[in-house]
Ligand binder design. Structure first.
Ligand code: MTE
Length: 325
Protein backbone atom coordinates (compact mmCIF):
# COMPACT_ATOMS: atom_id res chain seq x y z
CA UNK A 1 0.00 0.00 0.00
CA UNK A 2 1.42 3.38 -0.86
CA UNK A 3 1.70 5.64 2.09
CA UNK A 4 -0.39 8.70 1.79
CA UNK A 5 1.66 11.87 1.91
CA UNK A 6 0.21 14.09 4.56
CA UNK A 7 -1.42 17.21 3.22
CA UNK A 8 -2.52 20.18 5.21
CA UNK A 9 -6.16 19.09 5.17
CA UNK A 10 -5.28 15.66 6.60
CA UNK A 11 -5.73 15.74 10.32
CA UNK A 12 -4.53 12.92 12.50
CA UNK A 13 -6.61 11.96 15.54
CA UNK A 14 -3.64 13.03 17.63
CA UNK A 15 -4.08 16.59 16.37
CA UNK A 16 -7.77 16.93 17.16
CA UNK A 17 -7.68 15.17 20.51
CA UNK A 18 -5.33 16.42 23.21
CA UNK A 19 -2.22 14.22 23.13
CA UNK A 20 -2.75 12.71 26.61
CA UNK A 21 -6.34 11.65 25.90
CA UNK A 22 -5.39 10.31 22.49
CA UNK A 23 -2.59 8.25 23.99
CA UNK A 24 -4.87 7.02 26.76
CA UNK A 25 -7.51 5.97 24.26
CA UNK A 26 -4.95 4.10 22.23
CA UNK A 27 -3.58 2.46 25.37
CA UNK A 28 -7.14 1.46 26.33
CA UNK A 29 -7.79 0.02 22.87
CA UNK A 30 -4.50 -1.80 22.94
CA UNK A 31 -5.14 -3.17 26.42
CA UNK A 32 -8.60 -4.41 25.50
CA UNK A 33 -7.33 -5.88 22.26
CA UNK A 34 -4.53 -7.49 24.20
CA UNK A 35 -6.94 -8.89 26.77
CA UNK A 36 -9.03 -10.30 23.94
CA UNK A 37 -6.05 -12.05 22.42
CA UNK A 38 -3.97 -12.62 25.55
CA UNK A 39 -4.05 -16.37 25.32
CA UNK A 40 -3.62 -16.38 21.57
CA UNK A 41 0.03 -15.54 21.39
CA UNK A 42 2.27 -16.19 24.30
CA UNK A 43 5.61 -14.74 23.20
CA UNK A 44 8.52 -16.98 23.83
CA UNK A 45 6.42 -20.09 24.43
CA UNK A 46 5.53 -20.96 20.86
CA UNK A 47 7.22 -22.09 17.70
CA UNK A 48 8.29 -19.69 14.98
CA UNK A 49 8.68 -21.15 11.50
CA UNK A 50 11.71 -20.48 9.36
CA UNK A 51 10.92 -21.07 5.68
CA UNK A 52 12.72 -24.41 5.60
CA UNK A 53 10.54 -25.78 8.43
CA UNK A 54 7.24 -25.34 6.55
CA UNK A 55 5.62 -28.77 6.20
CA UNK A 56 4.08 -30.08 2.97
CA UNK A 57 0.29 -30.40 3.18
CA UNK A 58 0.02 -33.57 1.10
CA UNK A 59 -2.18 -34.05 -1.98
CA UNK A 60 -4.92 -31.43 -2.06
CA UNK A 61 -8.16 -31.47 -4.03
CA UNK A 62 -8.25 -28.83 -6.76
CA UNK A 63 -11.07 -26.33 -7.18
CA UNK A 64 -13.20 -25.25 -10.15
CA UNK A 65 -12.59 -21.67 -8.96
CA UNK A 66 -8.87 -21.91 -9.76
CA UNK A 67 -7.46 -19.93 -12.65
CA UNK A 68 -5.15 -21.63 -15.14
CA UNK A 69 -3.09 -18.46 -15.65
CA UNK A 70 0.65 -18.94 -15.02
CA UNK A 71 1.40 -18.87 -11.31
CA UNK A 72 3.88 -16.51 -9.75
CA UNK A 73 6.91 -18.28 -8.35
CA UNK A 74 7.18 -19.27 -4.69
CA UNK A 75 10.03 -16.83 -4.40
CA UNK A 76 7.99 -13.91 -5.80
CA UNK A 77 5.03 -14.70 -3.54
CA UNK A 78 7.15 -14.94 -0.40
CA UNK A 79 9.61 -12.08 -0.91
CA UNK A 80 7.37 -9.21 -2.10
CA UNK A 81 4.83 -8.70 0.64
CA UNK A 82 2.68 -6.19 2.43
CA UNK A 83 2.53 -6.96 6.15
CA UNK A 84 2.83 -3.60 7.83
CA UNK A 85 3.13 -5.12 11.29
CA UNK A 86 6.71 -5.90 10.19
CA UNK A 87 7.35 -2.57 8.45
CA UNK A 88 6.41 -0.78 5.25
CA UNK A 89 9.14 -2.24 3.01
CA UNK A 90 8.17 -5.08 0.67
CA UNK A 91 11.10 -7.15 2.01
CA UNK A 92 10.54 -6.44 5.71
CA UNK A 93 8.02 -9.30 6.14
CA UNK A 94 10.29 -12.00 4.66
CA UNK A 95 13.22 -10.71 6.69
CA UNK A 96 11.43 -10.52 10.04
CA UNK A 97 8.27 -12.63 10.03
CA UNK A 98 9.80 -16.14 9.78
CA UNK A 99 11.97 -15.38 12.84
CA UNK A 100 9.29 -13.69 14.93
CA UNK A 101 5.84 -15.04 14.20
CA UNK A 102 4.96 -18.13 16.20
CA UNK A 103 2.49 -20.38 14.39
CA UNK A 104 1.62 -22.39 17.51
CA UNK A 105 0.00 -22.00 19.92
CA UNK A 106 -2.56 -20.10 17.83
CA UNK A 107 -6.16 -19.65 18.83
CA UNK A 108 -9.05 -18.31 16.78
CA UNK A 109 -12.01 -16.69 18.54
CA UNK A 110 -15.53 -16.62 17.13
CA UNK A 111 -17.42 -13.78 18.79
CA UNK A 112 -20.52 -11.59 18.52
CA UNK A 113 -23.84 -12.37 16.87
CA UNK A 114 -23.49 -16.13 16.45
CA UNK A 115 -24.74 -19.22 18.28
CA UNK A 116 -21.43 -21.10 18.31
CA UNK A 117 -18.98 -18.62 19.76
CA UNK A 118 -15.78 -19.51 21.61
CA UNK A 119 -12.03 -19.65 21.41
CA UNK A 120 -10.54 -22.56 19.51
CA UNK A 121 -7.02 -23.90 19.27
CA UNK A 122 -6.02 -23.73 15.59
CA UNK A 123 -6.19 -27.50 15.05
CA UNK A 124 -9.66 -27.67 16.63
CA UNK A 125 -10.75 -24.73 14.48
CA UNK A 126 -9.67 -26.64 11.37
CA UNK A 127 -11.16 -29.98 12.43
CA UNK A 128 -13.81 -31.26 10.03
CA UNK A 129 -13.09 -28.64 7.37
CA UNK A 130 -11.62 -29.86 4.10
CA UNK A 131 -8.51 -28.13 2.82
CA UNK A 132 -8.22 -27.64 -0.94
CA UNK A 133 -6.07 -25.72 -3.41
CA UNK A 134 -7.36 -22.47 -4.92
CA UNK A 135 -5.30 -20.66 -7.52
CA UNK A 136 -6.45 -17.05 -7.38
CA UNK A 137 -5.38 -13.73 -8.80
CA UNK A 138 -4.45 -11.19 -6.11
CA UNK A 139 -4.75 -7.54 -7.17
CA UNK A 140 -3.20 -5.02 -4.80
CA UNK A 141 -4.65 -1.51 -4.63
CA UNK A 142 -1.11 -0.34 -5.51
CA UNK A 143 -1.67 -1.69 -9.07
CA UNK A 144 0.47 -4.82 -8.95
CA UNK A 145 -0.86 -8.36 -9.05
CA UNK A 146 0.12 -12.01 -8.66
CA UNK A 147 -1.36 -15.45 -9.25
CA UNK A 148 -1.10 -17.49 -6.05
CA UNK A 149 -1.83 -21.18 -5.39
CA UNK A 150 -3.35 -21.00 -1.91
CA UNK A 151 -4.39 -23.93 0.23
CA UNK A 152 -7.26 -23.48 2.65
CA UNK A 153 -10.93 -23.71 3.50
CA UNK A 154 -14.09 -21.99 2.30
CA UNK A 155 -15.04 -19.10 4.60
CA UNK A 156 -18.71 -20.03 4.13
CA UNK A 157 -18.10 -23.32 5.98
CA UNK A 158 -16.69 -21.41 8.95
CA UNK A 159 -19.60 -18.97 8.93
CA UNK A 160 -22.16 -21.79 8.72
CA UNK A 161 -20.52 -23.60 11.62
CA UNK A 162 -20.61 -20.40 13.71
CA UNK A 163 -24.36 -20.21 13.00
CA UNK A 164 -24.79 -16.40 12.96
CA UNK A 165 -27.97 -14.91 14.42
CA UNK A 166 -30.40 -12.95 12.24
CA UNK A 167 -28.77 -9.74 13.50
CA UNK A 168 -25.38 -10.65 11.98
CA UNK A 169 -25.06 -8.51 8.85
CA UNK A 170 -21.27 -8.14 8.76
CA UNK A 171 -18.16 -10.09 9.69
CA UNK A 172 -15.09 -8.39 11.14
CA UNK A 173 -11.64 -9.96 11.18
CA UNK A 174 -8.76 -9.13 13.51
CA UNK A 175 -5.06 -9.79 13.06
CA UNK A 176 -3.15 -10.76 16.21
CA UNK A 177 -2.01 -7.96 18.49
CA UNK A 178 1.38 -8.50 20.07
CA UNK A 179 3.97 -5.71 20.04
CA UNK A 180 6.69 -8.19 20.99
CA UNK A 181 6.12 -10.05 17.75
CA UNK A 182 5.11 -7.18 15.46
CA UNK A 183 7.57 -4.27 15.69
CA UNK A 184 5.21 -1.78 14.00
CA UNK A 185 2.71 -2.20 16.83
CA UNK A 186 5.34 -0.55 19.05
CA UNK A 187 5.66 2.51 16.79
CA UNK A 188 5.25 5.82 18.62
CA UNK A 189 5.21 9.49 17.75
CA UNK A 190 4.02 10.89 14.46
CA UNK A 191 5.17 8.11 12.17
CA UNK A 192 2.75 6.52 9.72
CA UNK A 193 2.90 3.18 11.53
CA UNK A 194 2.06 4.84 14.86
CA UNK A 195 -1.06 6.35 13.30
CA UNK A 196 -2.51 2.86 12.71
CA UNK A 197 -4.95 1.77 15.39
CA UNK A 198 -3.59 -1.78 15.80
CA UNK A 199 -4.54 -4.55 15.48
CA UNK A 200 -5.15 -4.57 11.71
CA UNK A 201 -8.83 -5.24 11.07
CA UNK A 202 -10.97 -5.91 8.01
CA UNK A 203 -14.60 -6.66 7.28
CA UNK A 204 -17.07 -8.16 4.83
CA UNK A 205 -20.82 -8.07 4.43
CA UNK A 206 -22.18 -11.45 5.47
CA UNK A 207 -23.31 -12.34 1.95
CA UNK A 208 -19.79 -11.55 0.72
CA UNK A 209 -18.39 -13.81 3.43
CA UNK A 210 -20.77 -16.57 2.31
CA UNK A 211 -19.76 -16.28 -1.35
CA UNK A 212 -18.04 -19.50 -2.44
CA UNK A 213 -14.93 -17.54 -3.51
CA UNK A 214 -14.22 -16.22 0.02
CA UNK A 215 -11.41 -18.31 1.41
CA UNK A 216 -9.38 -18.74 4.58
CA UNK A 217 -5.90 -19.75 3.48
CA UNK A 218 -3.62 -21.93 5.59
CA UNK A 219 -0.89 -22.56 3.05
CA UNK A 220 0.54 -21.90 -0.36
CA UNK A 221 2.29 -23.97 -3.02
CA UNK A 222 1.20 -27.12 -1.18
CA UNK A 223 3.02 -26.21 2.03
CA UNK A 224 2.09 -24.56 5.33
CA UNK A 225 1.62 -20.81 5.11
CA UNK A 226 4.87 -18.83 5.32
CA UNK A 227 4.83 -16.28 8.14
CA UNK A 228 5.21 -13.32 5.76
CA UNK A 229 2.03 -14.33 3.91
CA UNK A 230 -0.05 -14.31 7.10
CA UNK A 231 0.42 -17.64 8.86
CA UNK A 232 -1.28 -19.57 10.13
CA UNK A 233 -4.64 -18.29 8.84
CA UNK A 234 -5.36 -15.42 6.43
CA UNK A 235 -8.37 -14.27 4.54
CA UNK A 236 -8.36 -14.28 0.72
CA UNK A 237 -11.09 -12.34 -1.07
CA UNK A 238 -9.93 -12.41 -4.70
CA UNK A 239 -12.38 -9.89 -6.19
CA UNK A 240 -11.34 -7.18 -3.73
CA UNK A 241 -8.12 -5.22 -3.43
CA UNK A 242 -5.47 -7.13 -1.50
CA UNK A 243 -5.75 -5.05 1.66
CA UNK A 244 -9.07 -6.79 2.43
CA UNK A 245 -7.18 -10.13 2.62
CA UNK A 246 -6.19 -9.75 6.26
CA UNK A 247 -3.31 -11.84 7.59
CA UNK A 248 -2.70 -13.86 10.77
CA UNK A 249 -6.33 -13.83 11.87
CA UNK A 250 -7.15 -14.45 15.54
CA UNK A 251 -10.74 -13.32 15.73
CA UNK A 252 -13.84 -13.53 13.53
CA UNK A 253 -16.64 -11.33 14.87
CA UNK A 254 -20.27 -11.18 13.70
CA UNK A 255 -22.02 -7.83 14.03
CA UNK A 256 -25.03 -5.84 12.91
CA UNK A 257 -23.32 -2.68 11.66
CA UNK A 258 -20.61 -2.07 9.06
CA UNK A 259 -17.30 -2.58 10.85
CA UNK A 260 -14.50 -0.07 11.07
CA UNK A 261 -11.50 -1.39 9.17
CA UNK A 262 -7.88 -0.32 9.24
CA UNK A 263 -7.41 1.28 5.80
CA UNK A 264 -10.89 2.69 5.64
CA UNK A 265 -10.32 4.34 9.03
CA UNK A 266 -6.93 5.72 7.98
CA UNK A 267 -8.03 7.24 4.68
CA UNK A 268 -11.75 6.80 3.93
CA UNK A 269 -11.51 8.84 0.72
CA UNK A 270 -8.90 6.44 -0.67
CA UNK A 271 -9.81 3.02 0.67
CA UNK A 272 -13.52 2.23 0.78
CA UNK A 273 -15.15 -0.48 2.85
CA UNK A 274 -16.06 -2.47 -0.26
CA UNK A 275 -12.71 -2.15 -2.08
CA UNK A 276 -13.93 -4.19 -5.04
CA UNK A 277 -11.38 -4.26 -7.84
CA UNK A 278 -12.79 -1.77 -10.34
CA UNK A 279 -10.77 -0.47 -13.30
CA UNK A 280 -13.28 2.37 -13.82
CA UNK A 281 -12.87 3.92 -10.37
CA UNK A 282 -9.39 5.33 -9.92
CA UNK A 283 -7.63 5.76 -6.64
CA UNK A 284 -7.50 9.54 -6.01
CA UNK A 285 -3.75 9.46 -6.73
CA UNK A 286 -3.35 6.84 -9.46
CA UNK A 287 -5.25 4.94 -12.15
CA UNK A 288 -6.68 1.49 -11.45
CA UNK A 289 -7.22 0.72 -15.16
CA UNK A 290 -4.06 -1.37 -15.53
CA UNK A 291 -1.80 -3.47 -13.36
CA UNK A 292 1.69 -4.95 -13.35
CA UNK A 293 1.81 -8.70 -12.82
CA UNK A 294 4.89 -9.26 -10.67
CA UNK A 295 7.60 -10.84 -12.82
CA UNK A 296 6.21 -9.46 -16.09
CA UNK A 297 7.49 -6.50 -18.06
CA UNK A 298 4.34 -5.04 -19.55
CA UNK A 299 1.20 -3.92 -17.79
CA UNK A 300 -2.12 -5.58 -18.44
CA UNK A 301 -5.71 -4.39 -18.20
CA UNK A 302 -7.35 -4.76 -14.82
CA UNK A 303 -10.61 -6.70 -14.99
CA UNK A 304 -13.83 -5.74 -13.20
CA UNK A 305 -13.98 -7.60 -9.89
CA UNK A 306 -10.49 -8.85 -10.77
CA UNK A 307 -12.04 -11.20 -13.35
CA UNK A 308 -14.54 -12.74 -10.89
CA UNK A 309 -17.64 -10.82 -12.05
CA UNK A 310 -19.56 -13.97 -12.91
CA UNK A 311 -19.31 -15.16 -9.32
CA UNK A 312 -19.81 -11.85 -7.47
CA UNK A 313 -21.40 -9.09 -9.60
CA UNK A 314 -24.88 -10.03 -8.32
CA UNK A 315 -23.84 -9.03 -4.79
CA UNK A 316 -23.70 -5.39 -5.91
CA UNK A 317 -26.54 -5.34 -8.45
CA UNK A 318 -28.36 -2.36 -6.91
CA UNK A 319 -25.33 -0.40 -5.79
CA UNK A 320 -23.60 2.59 -7.32
CA UNK A 321 -20.02 1.32 -7.28
CA UNK A 322 -18.65 4.86 -7.65
CA UNK A 323 -20.21 5.70 -4.31
CA UNK A 324 -19.61 2.35 -2.61
CA UNK A 325 -16.00 1.97 -3.73
N1 MTE B 1 -2.86 -8.03 6.78
C1 MTE B 1 -2.22 -7.49 7.82
N2 MTE B 1 -2.47 -7.94 9.05
N3 MTE B 1 -1.31 -6.48 7.68
C2 MTE B 1 -1.05 -5.95 6.44
O1 MTE B 1 -0.24 -5.02 6.35
N4 MTE B 1 -1.52 -6.01 4.04
C3 MTE B 1 -2.59 -6.25 3.08
C4 MTE B 1 -3.05 -7.71 3.10
N5 MTE B 1 -3.23 -8.18 4.45
C5 MTE B 1 -1.72 -6.50 5.31
C6 MTE B 1 -2.61 -7.58 5.51
C7 MTE B 1 -2.21 -5.88 1.71
S1 MTE B 1 -2.11 -4.22 1.40
C8 MTE B 1 -2.00 -6.81 0.72
S2 MTE B 1 -1.77 -6.34 -0.89
C9 MTE B 1 -1.96 -8.25 1.02
O2 MTE B 1 -2.09 -8.52 2.41
C10 MTE B 1 -0.63 -8.81 0.56
O3 MTE B 1 -0.59 -10.20 0.73
P1 MTE B 1 0.76 -10.99 0.38
O4 MTE B 1 1.89 -10.29 1.06
O5 MTE B 1 0.55 -12.38 0.83
O6 MTE B 1 0.90 -10.89 -1.15
Amino acid sequence: MLIKKRQTRDILPSEITPEAIFRDRRRFLRTSALAATASLLAPGTGVSKPMEALEPLGALPTSPFSTDEPKNTYEEITTYNNFYEFGTGKEDPMRLAPKRLEHRPWNVSITGEAENTGEFAFDDFMRGLSVEERIYRLRCVEAWSMVIPWAGIGLADVVRRANPTSRAKYVKFYTAYDPEVFPAQRARGFSFLASIDWPYTEGLRIDEAMNPLSFLATGLYGKEMPSQNGAPLRLVVPWKYGFKSIKSVVRIHFQETEPECTWNQLAPGEYGFYANVNPTVDHPRWSQARERRIGELFKQDTLMFNGYAEEVAHLYADMDLRKFY
